[in-house]
Ligand binder design. Structure first.
Ligand code: FAD
Length: 480
């Protein structure tokens, strides 16, 4: 209902139209609620569609195609080195984004979700003021905060910005293919974007504060990817801090503080990918009862409720794994709870996937986590050199691993590294969600020859029944 010219009322106000926001808005509309979704951006999709998941995966697919062509050479198929047309690549990326944004707008309109462009700032627990919008205020019965996150800047390093120092969003714009690129950070965004730039011809140096890459994944899973990036990147500096950056028209000079030495080096461009922070500041949360933790993440319960009865929060702004599929689920939960359904976010496994080549994917309990928690587990591995499908594709470096409860054989965690593990991990997530046992995985018939067979085989190893790998110990059976 319109109240006066510039104030509107809605049952559910969703602030932010990224994966969390639009999933929440769509579910709430499907449940019969009157929904308004505001975003500072014109089109729905958020960080994921415009500056994250989708543009990065579009570009990574091109890197993968090039890697496939290289891989085919020893098999007797030699392709010429690809000609790279940056403009066409940018256009392709834009086409992908535009078609998906169009799809989201259609879905939104067909569901009757009202979309408004503007920046929302809370005036109280039932009202936001909109900046940059013709609508001044929106009064709501419930609000869902889905404002996401943004890249973390280098702490304690100030420099005059001249366009050569980029964050992930800047790097995905593809201003050029720099001759030399320094990437700061050792997480998935650093490795994914580094792989894209390296495959297009940049000499990539990676500097990271920690002593290893991808700290969330078990080291044996990360190892094939680490070997690959150590091959395609120029140099690696672990245990290294950045003390200063100086940017001029020709490059960026960086002062490094390493474990054993300090040095200075100039790069054409620098990409900072050291983490992300929640978008919870400057939006008037102090006018509500919403609480944030010491890092700015909004505090919620398992129904996505904040400390303010009327306000829910989902996605990156609440922390945990900052991933689109976690935001999707949380968005649905918030909408369902507002509609009075007995819903809760109770996922046992939130899969993580690094879309490099090889890919690394994991879900549930990791081996490192089990060790830290002193939790007894049985870990079994199936190296892909024993997989017929991996052999046909020339990708023997992969590994499938499962973490079992030693007493019951229940599957607690799974990790998989190699080619196209992005789809394979979902079977592990389902197994964990369903409380599956090793027998369930082993007795499920996996098609041959596929990489999915490695999941059944690893469960077979736990049961001592593996076919394509020798048993650790021969079972003593009854004699005679
Ligand atoms: P966001 O997608 O961040 O959307 C938040 C929205 O809120 C934005 O549109 C913003 O404009 C709007 N907003 C913010 N403040 C306000 C305000 N005050 N008023 C109005 N609107 C506001 N995740 C994956 O699962 N898989 C991947 O492969 C993957 N790859 C990634 C690659 C990169 C390079 C990056 C940066 C991220 C990637 N992510 C990936 C993470 C993923 O993008 C996020 O987890 C996801 O976008 C979070 O969704 P969200 O709905 O919480 O918020």
């Amino acid at each position: 209902m319109v109240m006066g010219e510039l104030t509107q009322e809605t049952e559910v106000l969703v602030i932010g139209s990224g994966p969390g926001g639009y999933a929440a808005a769509f579910r709430a509309a499907d449940l019969g609620l009157d929904v308004t979704m505001v975003d500072m951006q014109e089109r729905p999709g958020g960080e994921c569609l415009f500056r994250g998941c989708i543009p990065s995966k579009t570009l990574l697919y091109l890197s993968e195609l090039m890697h496939d062509a290289e891989r085919a050479e020893p098999m007797g198929l030699t392709f010429e080195r690809p000609k790279i047309d940056l403009n066409m690549i940018r256009n392709w990326k834009q086409q992908v984004i535009d078609s998906m944004a169009m799809g989201l707008m259609t879905l939104s309109d067909k569901r009757g979700v009202q979309r408004i462009k503007g920046r929302a700032v809370f005036e109280g627990s039932d009202c936001v003021r909109l900046q940059g919008s013709e609508v001044r205020r929106i009064k709501f019965s419930h609000a869902i905060l889905a404002t996401g996150s943004r890249p973390l800047a280098l702490p304690d390093v100030t420099f005059q910005e001249k366009g050569r120092v980029m964050d992930s969003a800047g790097a995905l714009e593809f201003p050029d293919i720099p001759g030399t690129l320094l990437i700061l950070g050792g997480g998935y965004i650093a490795l994914e974007l580094g792989s894209v730039y390296a495959s297009l011809g940049s000499r990539v140096t990676l500097a990271v504060r920690s002593e290893r890459l991808i700290r969330g994944a078990d080291p044996d899973l990360a190892a094939p990817l680490v070997r690959r990036v150590e091959k395609i990147f120029d140099r690696f500096h672990y245990d290294t801090e950045i003390k200063a950056l100086a940017e001029d028209v020709s490059g960026v000079t960086v002062k490094f503080d390493g474990k054993t030495e300090n040095w200075e080096q100039t790069f054409d461009r620098v990409l900072i990918a050291i983490g992300r922070i929640p978008n919870s500041g400057d939006m008037g949360l102090e006018a509500t009862k919403v609480q944030t933790d010491e890092r700015g993440f909004v505090v919620i319960d398992d129904q996505q409720r904040t400390s303010d009865d009327r306000i829910f929060a989902i996605g990156d702004v609440v922390g945990g794994p900052m991933l689109a599929h976690k935001a999707f689920r949380e968005g649905k939960v918030a909408a369902e709870v507002i509609a009075g359904e007995p819903s809760a976010f109770d996922a046992r496994a939130i899969p993580a996937v690094i879309f490099t080549d090889p890919q690394v994917a994991w879900c549930g309990l990791t081996e490192e986590q089990a060790r830290k928690e002193k939790r007894p587990v049985k870990v079994e591995r199936y190296p892909w050199k024993f997989s017929s499908r991996a052999t046909t594709m020339g990708v023997p470096e992969g590994l499938t691993k499962m973490i079992f409860d030693p007493g019951t054989g229940r599957i607690l965690g799974m990790g998989i590294t190699g080619r196209h593990t992005e789809g394979l991990i979902s079977e592990g997530a389902l197994a964990i969600e369903m409380g599956a046992l090793a027998q369930d995985m082993a007795f499920t018939i996996h098609p041959h020859p596929t990489l999915s067979e490695t999941l059944g085989e690893v469960a077979d190893i736990f049961l001592g029944e593996a076919t394509h790998i020798l048993p650790k110990q021969k079972k003593k059976g009854p004699v005679g």
